[in-house]
Design a binder for this molecule. Structure first.
Ligand SMILES: C[S@@+](CC[C@H](N)C(=O)[O-])C[C@H]1O[C@@H](n2cnc3c(N)ncnc32)[C@H](O)[C@@H]1O
Length: 291
């Protein structure tokens, strides 16, 4: 199992591993609000930013009304090709076909033609990677055109190990690793100094400034102790945390190695699971003008 291969490049097997946990965690209430928003128009144009292998349209399209035209934007053409393959038989909530177009671009450009005729911008597991300045540009684009935003599975930087009864079971070492990870999340991933866990608050703040109505729900991963999917996703996750922590604190790599081995074995024995906080947001123009 490989985790992100570099700061902003993501391995397809990691995206596939997280997809079921993402689907379980997502806010159905905010998905329904996005569906209601799209009910107001006839021909729905949806722009998905940082699409990867298409997990977001794969989850959302069958829950949204049709016809739907998706624009999938990502700088990784191999992931976009995989998305097209995986989304071939996709249909809307009424069973109508869904059109998929791919835009192999860097998000830094925020190209004007992405937004033409668009009603909704979506993104999952993306906003921790972007900077405040980039987000300001995006919000400005959306607000200028009356486009709504559904941002799902944004990390907040909070997580903890849980025991078999789901109760927090963190040690001081876990708290130190969490602190290192919060610092690592702020590193530039190609779009400026990354917002990391601050992204949800910034999305809410900026859209509110433009008079949008912003709704927010928690969407945590609950990786229950002793479950096979919890074990594979949890192990991959802490492998990535270990690498990130060693990168930031190479002088502590021995202690981090001991932490990693101990936590991996606790996951493997079913003594521990993991809870990882995420947040979903739906922002829509207060006037409700979707045209
Ligand atoms: C964590 S993955 C999420 C993928 C997908 N949304 C999902 O939920 O599975 C982040 C995605 O953003 C893309 N990405 C990151 N930085 C980017 C940039 N500067 N321009 C375009 N795409 C970028 C990556 O290639 C990757 O597919």
């Amino acid at each position: 199992m490989s985790l992100p291969v570099e700061a902003s490049r993501f391995a397809a097997d990691w995206l596939a591993l997280r997809e079921p946990a993402d689907a379980q965690a997502r806010s159905t209430r905010l998905t329904e609000q996005a569906a209601a928003w799209l009910e107001r128009v006839d021909d729905r144009v949806i722009v998905d930013l940082g699409s990867g292998a298409g997990s977001n349209p794969r989850y959302l399209a069958p829950r949204l009304p049709g016809p739907q035209h998706w624009r999938l934007v990502d700088h990784d053409p191999a992931l976009l090709a995989l998305a097209v393959e995986r989304l071939q038989a996709l249909t809307s909530s009424e069973g109508t076909p869904v059109e998929i177009f791919t835009w192999p671009h860097d998000l830094d450009r925020l190209e004007a033609d992405w937004w033409e005729g668009a009603h909704l911008v979506t993104a999952s597991a993306l906003f921790d990677l972007v900077s405040r300045e980039w987000l300001e540009r995006l919000v400005d684009e959306c607000a200028g055109r009356g486009i709504a935003l559904l941002a799902t599975l944004s990390v907040t930087g909070h997580w903890h190990f849980i025991d078999r009864d789901g109760r927090p079971a963190d040690t001081e070492e876990d708290a130190s690793v969490a602190e290192l990870l919060r610092v690592h999340q702020r590193r530039d991933k190609g779009l400026g100094v990354a917002l990391g866990g601050e992204a949800p608050d910034e999305i809410e703040r900026l859209f509110t400034l433009y008079g949008y109505r912003v709704e927010r729900d928690a969407s945590p991963w609950q990786l229950t102790a002793g479950t096979s999917h919890g074990l594979s996703l949890g192990s991959a996750l802490i492998d990535g945390w270990f690498d990130a922590a060693c990168e930031l604190a190479p002088q502590a790599s021995e202690a981090l190695g001991a932490w990693h081995a101990q936590r991996r074995s606790a996951l493997a024995s079913g003594a521990l699971g993991l809870w990882v906080e995420h947040c979903d947001l739906f922002a829509s123009p207060a006037q409700g003008n979707a045209e």
